[in-house]
Ligand binder design. Structure first.
Ligand SMILES: [Zn+2]
Ligand SMILES: [Zn+2]
Length: 304
């Protein structure tokens, strides 16, 4: 399973219909948050993501992307969480998150491990990597690409049997990609009975950014790109000034990177109720585009 739930899709200020930025990513048994704006924990309850978060990945430390973690960590502590929590982000993650941990009087009941990293650093998780890449915003910022490990190719027991391999430990060795030597001295290579490895899925979330080459590189061939789309064409100068992207610019990034699907998020309040203009402008550049809304759930199927 690889499931993304949008917890907040509004830029800078919340509205009745859109919370501040937050994404819940559930991959198999692990739940991650990418950004955690104010109000995120209530959105998690509303949309049923679960609270068993293993790690939080921040794109940057503008208030609309991280203030929600203060309350969320406290709720977890009250609920008796004991498992440590990993928190990753660019500078000044350590300085800001340290303050966050000691906000209020009571100590958290579990350990929070703060990892400050540079864009380009990778975090290996169970069955996937979270790869950070430099984005282009007003302060130090990064996007996050979830890149699944390759899956082993399909094993064909009938081919193995035909080659004289007996079911048992040799099957296991071949499935793991290792050659085996039979009793009669013949050597059977794994690729004689196992298909080529299948690629995993790739999910890319930019956070706030101008369109940039690093996003194109990170999103190359992605199954889904979630891109800053704060403004429409009419506010293009404002997008430059505030270092955000327009819907059209996001769509050009998606096209250049050859992604399967683009979701626009972080909408200025002026598009809160009517995002049709953004969609139209983006689709003129890249057809497979939708505008995200709070509570939107996207499941990414396994590629063949
Ligand atoms: Zn923002
Ligand atoms: Zn920002």
């Amino acid at each position: 399973m690889l499931r993304l739930t949008f917890l907040g899709t509004s830029a800078a200020q919340p509205t009745i219909g859109r919370n501040l930025t937050g994404h819940a990513v559930r991959r198999e048994r692990e739940l991650f948050l990418v950004d955690c704006g104010e109000g995120t924990q209530r959105q998690m309850i509303r949309y049923g993501t679960g609270f068993d978060v293993a790690a939080i990945f921040f794109t940057h430390f503008h208030a609309d992307h991280y203030l929600g973690a203060i309350g969320f960590l406290r709720t977890l502590s009250m609920q008796g969480r004991v498992e440590p929590m990993d928190v990753y982000g660019p500078k000044p993650a350590r300085k800001l998150l340290d303050v966050m941990l000691f906000t209020g009087t009571e100590k958290l009941a579990f350990e929070v491990r703060i990892h400050e990293l540079a864009p380009g650093d990778e975090v290996q998780r169970d069955g996937c990597r979270m790869v950070s890449f430099a984005t282009d915003h007003k302060i130090t910022s990064c996007g996050w690409a979830l890149v699944e490990d390759d899956r082993p190719g399909r094993f064909h027991p009938e081919k193995a049997t035909a080659l004289g391999v007996a079911p048992g430990p040799h099957f296991g060795e071949l499935q793991r990609g290792r050659a085996v030597t039979l009793a009669d001295g013949r050597r059977i290579e794994a690729d004689q009975v196992v298909d080529r490895a299948r690629r995993g899925r790739k999910l890319v979330i930019t956070g706030d950014t101008r369109p940039c080459a690093a996003t194109v590189a990170a999103a190359r061939g992605a199954d889904l790109l979630v891109h800053d789309s704060t403004f429409g064409d009419a506010e293009a100068p404002r997008a430059v000034e505030t270092m955000h992207a327009t819907a059209r610019e996001a769509a050009r990034v998606a096209r250049e990177a050859g992604v399967a699907k683009l979701l626009l998020t972080h909408l200025s309040t002026r598009y809160d109720r009517d995002s049709g203009t953004l969609l139209e402008q983006a689709r003129a550049e890249f057809g497979a585009t939708e505008v995200a809304h709070d509570g939107l759930v996207v499941e990414l199927p396994l590629p063949e």
